[in-house]
Design a protein around this ligand. Structure first.
Ligand code: NAD
Length: 258
């Protein structure tokens, strides 16, 4: 079996991916705040380092793929710490271990929101790797009200998709034979969206910004299957991509102007 490390494995997309891979006979080490093999807080530098070290230990030093699903959508600065640095730092710790695998793969979960209005200043701070500066900008956005606070989420995902594209061709990733990609869900029925999707008003709001003409909202398993393929041995040449599994939302919003 291949050995997978999955963050956010206690819930939603991460839990569905862990279950799918286990069903297929693979070994999965889940990472989450609680309820998984590794319990850690990916919002802090120390938590990321400890999580990576523990995952390597539990895997006996051999990891074939990392799938980073952990994320939050709250209109607060914590969102940039979890969604961006909780992914990029964690992957960077594990890259040298992955590089020893005969078929190493990495994938992160971005979002349709990576295409929404964001804070360019925050995106630049994230891409520069300056976490204190990014958190300061995120906190100022949050303090200015909920609409502005929400910008933390699309900014974190925009930066994450750009990070994947920028990093994938480096020595650490392509140079070590590691495809590095992102997936971008539309609206997924999961604990993250449960409350919002339970009212007609909430559904209207979501659907107006993320229209899904093909098959409407998805279950987590839809993303799990894509994440599993991107991290399988079959994927040898797809890298740097943000793959939209969004029921046509990207095609609706951007048309053929790509
Ligand atoms: P979810 O809330 O069901 O699962 C997210 C998991 O991340 C939870 O188990 C949570 O405990 C974990 N997590 C949060 N903060 C953490 C931290 N500091 N340290 C460790 N783990 C932490 O949500 P989901 O819908 O499965 O979302 C998974 C990913 O998909 C997220 O990155 C989210 O942004 C993205 N996404 C979701 C949707 C959607 O509609 N649900 C759409 C686009 C993108």
């Amino acid at each position: 079996p291949r050995s997978y490390v999955i963050t956010g494995a206690a819930s939603g997309i991460g839990a569905a991916t862990a279950a799918l891979l286990r069903e297929r006979g693979e070994t999965v080490i889940g990472v989450d705040l609680k309820g998984t093999e590794v319990e850690a807080d990916l919002s802090t530098p120390a938590g990321r380092e400890a999580a990576a070290a523990r995952a390597v230990e539990l895997a006996g030093g051999s990891i074939d793929a990392v799938i980073a699903c952990a994320g939050i959508a709250a209109p607060i600065a914590l969102t940039v710490s979890v969604n961006y640095f909780g992914v990029t730092d964690f992957l960077e710790y594990l890259a040298p271990v992955l590089a020893k695998s005969p078929a190493p793969r990495a994938v992160v979960v971005s979002s349709m929101a990576s295409l929404q209005a964001n804070s360019p200043e925050l995106v630049e701070a994230l891409l520069s790797g300056d976490e204190p500066a990014a958190v300061e900008i995120g906190a100022a956005l949050a303090a200015a009200g909920p609409a502005s606070g929400y910008l933390n989420y699309p900014s974190s995902k925009r930066a994450l998709s750009r990070w994947v594209r920028r990093e994938c061709i480096s020595e650490r990733w392509a140079g070590a034979g590691i495809p590095l990609n992102a997936v971008a869900p539309g609206t997924v029925i999961s604990p993250m969206t449960e409350k919002l999707l339970s009212t007609e008003e909430g559904r209207k709001m979501v659907d107006s910004s993320v229209p899904m003409p093909l098959n409407y909202h998805s279950d987590s398993i839809v993303l799990a299957r894509l994440l599993a393929w991107l991290t399988s041995e079959e994927n040898t040449h797809t890298t740097g991509q943000t793959i939209y599994a969004d029921g046509g939302a990207d095609a609706t919003l951007r048309g053929d102007n790509i």
